[in-house]
Write a protein that binds this ligand. Structure first.
Ligand code: ASP
Length: 422
């Protein structure tokens, strides 16, 4: 049975089991124990096994990608195209979100009592998030931190600074192209070794995927307050319509125009990636699958996947930018904060910038988004209103985040004269 079929079965099984338990066993000690001792740890172990390999994988594949690009001129060309593509498509996504939220105005549909209930129910979680957000340095210091004083300490912490890692890796890769070929060989060999071992470990972890995915989804659905989806239906619909438009409207256009590839075939070839992203809610955890599938199914060469995909998993988050635009404006509507056109432009800009800075882990976007709320005078605690539905929306937006990365890699491959696998 193909891997994606098994993952899909795991996903369906976990989701159905979770919904049934939610309906009949909600609040029982038995369900609590199943979640605490079975589904939560199993899901976390699976996710951790993937995420623990992300730092070595990003370092080895990106440094190799740069080193194998050959000369700096080619690297410059590919680099400029990649970043321009990321920025343009992410801005487009945020604009789709902005247009929808202004047209549908989901904030006007939220009853006052639901608002109060949600603010109460999630107040502790929101206060905690606000405190973390306020400690997050965001501004010119963020830019300075991209060039770390100590590259080891910037990654040796619970939430590694991926932008710093990327900067150091790019510099190492560039330096490899600057020294004598023979002298560069030993380090290139080591990087290839790290890359191979990382991929082998990830392949082992992916054997667990059907079970890990079932556990992850069970943990979400068995706890989920489905009535919340109804209470917040207009907001959820706005986000989902936006994500669908971008996934099945913008992406097919880009695939056709830039990668000159058949969109239907493209989606079929990358379905394992979409499934993994949906079930893990993490671009980083999906990165290994994104790289393997792009190489094996689409025939994108390793030097391009090695360059574009690690960058994309960290910096290119279309779904997140769209979600942020909708959420920030939705909360502004709920709290009756009228935004001028100028302020809305700032929201779009900040959605793009924070999507670049957000970590590719579940709910990675939330802390930075809270800061954006503060900038436009919407109470930061207001985030409480959407926390209950965030995980489900996160699963959906992460699918766009990784699909967007592959569309970019396919475009770059085409622009470099590669013929993609049909
Ligand atoms: N979960 C998302 C990702 O990994 C980030 C986010 O939007 O919270 O791509």
């Amino acid at each position: 049975m193909a891997r994606h079929t098994k993952i899909l079965l795991g996903l369906i099984f976990g989701a159905i089991a979770g919904v049934v338990c939610n309906k009949f066993l909600h609040g029982t000690a038995f369900l609590g124990a199943v979640q605490k001792y079975l589904s939560d740890p199993l899901g976390k172990i699976f996710l951790n096994m993937l995420i623990m390999m992300v730092i070595p994988l990003v370092f080895a594949s990106l440094a190799l990608g740069v080193a194998q690009m050959g000369d700096l001129k080619r690297l410059g060309r590919v680099g400029v195209r990649t970043f321009a593509y990321f920025l343009l498509v992410t801005t487009l996504a945020a604009l789709i979100g902005l247009t929808l939220v202004n047209t549908i105005r989901p904030g006007d549909y939220l009853p006052a009592e639901t608002k109060t209930q949600l603010l109460d129910a999630y107040s502790d979680q929101a206060a905690e998030l606000r405190n973390t957000a306020q400690k997050t340095e965001f501004g010119i210091q963020t830019l300075v931190n991209v060039v770390p004083r100590n590259p080891f300490s910037s990654v040796a912490r619970p939430s590694p600074d991926m932008l710093a890692l990327i900067f150091v890796t790019l510099v190492v890769g560039i330096a490899l192209t600057q020294i004598d070929k023979e002298r560069a060989q030993p380090l290139i060999r080591v990087l290839e070794g790290i890359n191979d071992v990382t991929v082998a470990i990830i392949n082992l972890a992916m054997k667990l995927a059907p079970y890990g995915v079932a556990a992850l989804i069970f943990s979400v659905t068995s706890r989920f307050g489905f009535e919340l989806l109804v209470a917040l239906s207009m907001y959820v619909i706005t986000v989902l319509v936006g994500l669908t438009l971008h996934q099945f409207g913008t992406f097919p256009l880009l695939i056709r125009i830039f990668a000159r590839y058949h969109p239907g075939k493209f989606f079929r070839k990358v379905q394992t990636v979409m499934l993994t992203a949906f079930s893990t809610s993490s671009s980083s955890a999906t990165l290994p699958t994104t790289i393997t599938v792009s190489q094996e199914n689409l025939g994108i060469p390793p030097n391009i996947t090695g360059f574009v995909l690690p960058l994309g998993a960290t910096m290119n988050m279309n779904g997140t930018a769209l979600f942020e635009g909708v959420t920030v404006l939705f909360l502004a509507q709920v709290f009756g904060v009228d935004l001028t056109l100028g302020q809305q432009v700032i929201v779009v800009l900040m959605s793009v910038i924070t999507a670049v800075g957000a970590a590719g882990v579940p709910s990675g976007a939330i802390p930075l988004m809270i800061l954006v709320l503060g900038m436009i005078n919407v109470p930061m605690e207001g985030i409480a209103i959407i926390l209950g539905v965030d995980r489900i929306l996160d699963m959906c937006r992460t699918v766009l985040n990784v699909t967007g990365d592959i569309t970019c890699a396919a475009y770059i491959a085409r622009s470099e004269g590669v013929t993609l696998k049909l």
